[in-house]
Design a protein around this ligand. Structure first.
Ligand code: NAP
Ligand code: G4F
Length: 372
């Protein structure tokens, strides 16, 4: 009940009432609207924007169980003083209140991160995936168009869109999507470009390669592995079942990637940017390194189950981020081994086990300020 009290958005009164606009006084430098704020990236982005002095408005969807665990530490009751984070119920499949929200809160920046983001699930739920990912983006851009808005819009595009195009991939590489998820993201990508070119909206795509963290959902392969390691160490399970171990991904560290989302919207002109580390590793390499770091023999604990193989597989993703390096002066700090260490340590700690210890040091050496 306590958590419900502190976390619930102000749902008993209309979120957008005439009085509400008084609440959102523009005492702060800028105001951002974030879809997908309860997800991995949304939660880090909210943290980063609050640190930058933004007032942050997040859309969350109604759920019968808590879906706000990643932003619990950021949320304050709106009746308190100096509240800079506000939550609004919405769903990407309808976005009923998006026009009202734009009128009332007048955001300077919109980060569209809300998505059915699981590739394998998209094969089971293709129309839902498209409704959320493709039409959700279109709903926001239509609203922006109709308001001839000066809002800056960021679209969370994905390296998954490259599909079968050979690595390395950059902004010029042909898209050859291989999943309903990729197709839906491609729709959103092109809608963003199209609305930029047709209506002069400040609308940019970040084409982000895989990025991970201790906040990664537990059904994505990296977190599934690191969480299994902690559970094996704790004696809760003995085996983890995976699918294809041969596919290769370019894995980066999520907190760094939300910083660059913000940077993309601070440019003078809208544009599209590839963001990745330029290093591609197989799922098997992730398994070997993560189990090795935790002092476990992976071959005793990893088995394969055909149910985790996809109808179609993207074999290799590897970013050529040279445009971002040049134009945004962006380069990744945290590399593959370090991400694995950070994630294994965090999962050990969350089960009350002693972390191996290097994960914390890596964060302290590379971050400060907003990400501690
Ligand atoms: P995530 O953890 O799965 O978060 C997705 C967010 O979208 C969650 O807040 C989720 O809410 C919300 N959402 C899903 N369906 C919704 C709906 N119908 N209405 C409203 N909200 C909905 O994803 P992520 O890893 O943070 O990724 C953020 C974005 O970047 C996504 O668009 C993803 O496709 C894209 N992307 C991610 C990566 C990556 O490697 N992480 C790479 C490239 C692009 P609940 O919490 O209620 O589920
Ligand atoms: O962790 P994954 O599910 O990530 P995937 O499919 O690359 O998608 C992620 O990255 C995209 C960017 O390229 C995002 F747009 C997307 O939203 C998401 O964040 O799977 C990674 C690889 C795949 O090749 C998969 O087949 O791991 C393989 N894999 C092997 N066993 C598994 C498993 N993936 C999952 N989820 N679960 C397994 O048991």
């Amino acid at each position: 009940l306590y958590f419900f009290m502190i976390l619930r958005p102000p749902s008993s009164t209309p979120l957008i009432s005439s009085a509400a606009s008084d609440v959102y006084k523009r005492q702060l430098s800028k105001l951002a609207l974030v879809t997908g704020i309860t997800g991995q990236d949304g939660s880090y982005l909210a943290e980063f924007l609050l640190y930058k002095g933004y007032q942050v408005h997040g859309l969350i969807r109604r759920s019968s169980s808590f879906n706000t665990s990643r932003i619990e530490h950021l949320y304050k009751d709106p009746h308190e003083k100096n509240v800079n984070l506000f939550l609004h119920y919405e769903d990407m499949t309808t976005l009923d209140s998006v026009y009202n929200l734009l009128d009332k809160i007048k955001p300077d920046e919109i980060y569209n991160l809300g998505a059915q983001s699981h590739v394998q699930v998209s094969f089971d739920m293709p129309t839902f995936t498209s409704n959320v990912n493709a039409l959700g983006n279109l709903r926001i851009l239509e609203a922006l168009k109709s308001r001839s808005s000066n809002v800056k819009f960021y679209q969370a595009s994905s390296s998954e869109m490259y599909g079968s195009s050979p690595a390395p991939q950059n902004e010029e590489t042909q898209f050859r999507p291989m999943s309903p998820y990729a197709v839906s993201k491609l729709h959103a990508y092109w809608t963003t470009v199209n609305y930029r070119e047709s209506y002069s909206l400040f609308a940019s795509n970040g084409i982000l390669f895989n990025h991970e963290s201790p906040r990664r959902g537990r059904t994505f392969v990296t977190r599934k592995i690191t969480s299994a390691i902690a559970n094996i160490k704790a004696g809760v399970i003995d085996k983890v079942y995976l699918g294809n171990l041969e596919s290769k991904r370019d894995w980066g560290y999520a907190p760094e990637y939300v910083e660059v989302m913000w940077q993309i919207l601070q440019q003078n002109a809208p544009d599209d940017f590839v963001i990745g580390t330029g290093e591609s590793r197989s799922v098997k390499e992730f398994v070997e390194f993560a189990f090795g770091y935790a002092g476990l023999d992976w071959s005793k604990h990893v088995a394969q189950d055909p149910k985790y193989f996809r109808p179609n597989e993207v074999n290799e993703l590897c970013a050529d981020s040279s445009k971002s390096q040049k134009k945004l002066n962006w380069a990744p700090k945290i590399r593959f081994e370090e991400i694995v260490k950070i994630m294994v340590d965090a999962d050990l700690k969350s089960l009350g086990l002693k972390p191996i210890g290097e994960g914390r040091e890596i964060i302290e050496a590379n971050f400060g300020e907003w990400h501690l």
